[in-house]
Structure formats: structure tokens, C-alpha cells
Write a protein that binds this ligand. Structure first.
Ligand code: 4NP
Length: 158
């Protein structure tokens, strides 16, 4: 899960998907990163992301912001950008490691092919964080549905 600062949107996405995968018994490694490594590396998620997550019984306080690196394309099967500017950043940073088959916009899980962005709540107030939480939560439900079905059919055929 990738955004700009790795303190507002992508920590929520990491926490939400990790919690859902755990509930479903899916042994996934979920992580998040930011394409701007100059701002917030080493910081905990934004207070409002933490607050909104806590209202959904999700503790993201121990996450620590890190920079997105080209090697993330080696380590992960799927990499979701929160918005199209971030997808452009990922291409610029990853260069020849960029793998279009692994990268997508998160909201394309919810609205296939529409290339919608998760809005950046950084410059706004608390309501923006609730909107972002709900969007990410619904998109993560779709990810779980899709890949848990794929895992079940793989199990049946093997
Ligand atoms: P994020 O939000 O990409 O969702 O973590 C932002 C965090 C910090 C800044 C911009 C966006 N910033 O400009 O410092």
C-alpha cells in the first residue's frame, strides 16, 4: 500500500487489509510505504489516521513510515497506489523493476477501470479521514473476496 508520506492513507490501508486477512486466515504479509522519503520516514501514522482507525478497533500506532523502494517489486505480489500521482512516482522510483502486472490503483478494486484516487486527507480536517477510511475499507473487502476465492479454488484443484 503506497501513498506520498506513508502517514495518512497507506498506514490505514496496511492496517485494514492486515486485519481482514488475519480474520480470514490468509497468511499475507501486508506493508506500506511512501514515495516521498524526504518528509516523514520513521514517523508513526498521523494522529487523525490513528484516531479514526481506533474507532474501528484497529490499532495502527506501532507502524513506522518508510520509503517505497524498487525492491518492493521483488518482495510483494501486489502493490496498490492510493492515487495516480503515486503510481507515476512508483514508476519513476522503481525504473526497470516496475511491474505493471503487480501495480494498480487501490480503488480500481472497487471501481474497475475507473482510475479513481483515494483523496489525500493531509490538508483537511477529521471528516476527510473518515471518508478515506471507508473507501479503503470497501476496497480491501474486494481484495479479500477476490483472493480468498482464488485461494479456495487453488486448494480444491491441488
Ligand atoms: P499521505 O498524506 O500521502 O496519505 O501520507 C500526506 C502526508 C504528508 C504530506 C502530504 C501528504 N506532506 O506534504 O508532508
Amino acid at each position: 500500500m503506497v501513498c506520498l508520506g506513508n502517514i495518512c492513507r497507506s498506514p490505514l490501508a496496511e492496517g485494514i487489509l492486515e486485519q481482514k486477512a488475519k480474520t480470514e486466515g490468509l497468511p499475507w504479509m501486508v506493508d506500506s510505504a511512501g514515495t516521498n522519503n524526504g518528509y516523514h520516514v520513521g514517523e508513526a501514522p498521523h494522529q487523525l489516521s490513528q484516531k479514526v482507525a481506533m474507532q474501528h478497533d484497529l490499532d495502527i500506532s506501532t507502524q513506522c513510515a518508510r520509503a517505497f523502494v524498487p525492491e518492493d517489486f521483488d518482495r510483494f505480489d501486489k502493490i496498490y497506489a492510493m492515487s495516480s500521482d503515486i503510481l507515476t512516482d512508483m514508476k519513476r522510483i522503481a525504473k526497470r523493476k516496475f511491474d505493471a502486472a503487480k501495480a494498480d490503483l487501490l480503488l480500481n478494486e472497487l471501481f474497475p477501470g475507473e482510475n479513481r484516487d483515494v483523496p489525500d486527507p493531509w490538508f483537511g480536517e477529521e471528516p476527510g479521514y473518515h471518508i478515506v477510511f471507508d473507501m479503503i475499507d470497501k476496497a480491501c473487502d474486494k481484495i479479500i473476496q477476490r483472493y480468498s476465492k482464488a485461494a479456495a479454488s487453488h486448494k480444491q484443484s491441488s
